[in-house]
Write a protein that binds this ligand. Structure first.
Ligand SMILES: [Fe+2]
Length: 383
């Protein structure tokens, strides 16, 4: 078990969960609210975690109702339990959804409603002034990296829109990367979530902002994905590959404070309109988006960035004629079935998808500016 801070304290490796329980106990916290979902209860992971904490004298109250895209009701229900149980901290267990919900539950239990007041898009972060309870995050997928992030996304009742809540104090105190908790993930979910992590790194690395530290993290994150994701997909019980994928996912999230790009803008409406898994949506959109970049007029630095990512594929013997083809073949080898139509997307949806993609903020930090028609063309090529 190892520890590093960047800036979150990260406990990594076999024993991280037990060590986190000891640290939470040392902070004199006794009754956290465990925020999770029904699947993790069903497969027994929630129980396993609760036991480790109970052995250290920490008794968890549980809210396990978080939806795959967390809704405002989830926040209300979790906050109600937190208050009724007089909890003193929050533990988020799961993929991105329980982590997002947990962050906003902390906000709800310490701030006056309505929740919509704190919407980041309208500058609501300035009202987040009260101290939040300490949050500890235990990812069970290696993709979103939300355990090192300070934002939570909730679908609001009034608007049905995904609304972002953001504040530095929403950052987990400790991220607990325990590889054993991810071994049960099916191969397809392992591939999709891992590709999400890869996409975070790639888009951050390609993003034009000046952030040399994020660049370094993103580049190493991609190297780790190329090395470990094929192993984790093929042999889900390989703890080393599972562990390094958790690390890569947290690196992707640390890096994308620099910005994301057009791939995420294209992927978001594919999830909200067509119900595609976020990682799968990225997988389907990434090669054609990279091809769009390859066919665009790029400056020297941008060309070098594409070449350097291609060199990572070459290192692993995975390089094809160009980066877009390397990515396409790599994802295919992980079991991704290409073609939007194979995933229930209809061609008559393309205009709506393009409209939503251009409204999405992620492409603002794309390597080069992109228009609605260009996004539409990438979608079209993805069928
Ligand atoms: Fe993502």
């Amino acid at each position: 078990m190892k520890q590093y801070n960047y800036p979150t304290t990260i406990l990594y490796g076999e024993g991280a969960l037990l060590e986190s329980a000891k640290r939470i106990k040392a902070l004199n916290l006794k009754h956290p609210l465990l925020v999770t979902d029904k699947t993790l209860v069903k497969v027994g992971i929630a129980e396993q975690v609760i036991k480790v904490f109970a052995n250290e004298g920490i008794t968890c109250a549980v809210y396990d109702g978080v939806h795959p895209n967390p809704i405002e009701d989830d926040v209300d229900a979790g906050a109600k339990i937190y208050r009724a149980e007089k909890c003193d901290s929050v533990i988020a267990l799961g993929g991105g959804s329980p982590m997002d919900a947990a962050k906003v539950i902390m906000l709800a239990v310490t701030h006056e409603g309505p929740l919509s007041k704190y919407d980041d898009a309208i500058g609501g972060d300035k009202y987040i002034t009260n101290p939040l309870p300490p949050l500890f995050a235990i990812p069970t997928t290696a993709g979103t990296g939300s355990e090192v992030g300070r934002a939570g996304v909730i679908v609001m009742r009034a608007t049905n829109d995904k609304t972002i809540f953001f504040h530095p104090t929403m950052l987990p105190k400790i991220a607990i990367l325990e590889p054993a908790l991810t071994v049960g993930l099916p191969a397809a979910v392992t591939a999709a979530t891992g590709i999400d992590a890869f996409t975070h790194c790639l888009e951050a690395y390609f993003s034009p902002g000046f952030h040399p530290m994020a660049d370094g993290i993103a580049f190493e994150g991609m190297r780790l994905v190329l090395k470990n994701l094929p192993v984790a997909v093929k042999d889900g019980k390989n703890l080393e590959a599972r562990g390094e994928m958790l690390v890569a996912a947290s690196m992707g999230a640390a890096a994308f404070q620099k910005g994301l790009g057009m791939i995420h803008s294209l992927a978001h409406p594919l999830s909200s309109e067509c119900g595609l898994h976020h990682g799968l949506a990225n997988a389907l959109m990434l090669p054609k988006s990279v091809e769009f970049l390859e066919n665009s007029k790029l400056n020297q630095d941008q060309k070098e960035r594409l070449a350097r990512v291609q060199s990572l594929f070459a290192e692993k013997g995975l390089a094809k004629a160009n980066l877009s083809t390397s990515c396409f073949e790599f994802f295919k080898s992980l079991g991704v079935q290409f073609g939007l139509r194979n995933h229930g997307v209809r061609e008559d949806q393309i205009n709506k998808l393009a409209d939503k993609a251009i409204k999405d903020g992620c492409h603002q930090t794309n390597m080069i500016p992109v228009t609605r028609d260009q996004l539409k063309a990438v979608l079209q090529a993805g069928f």
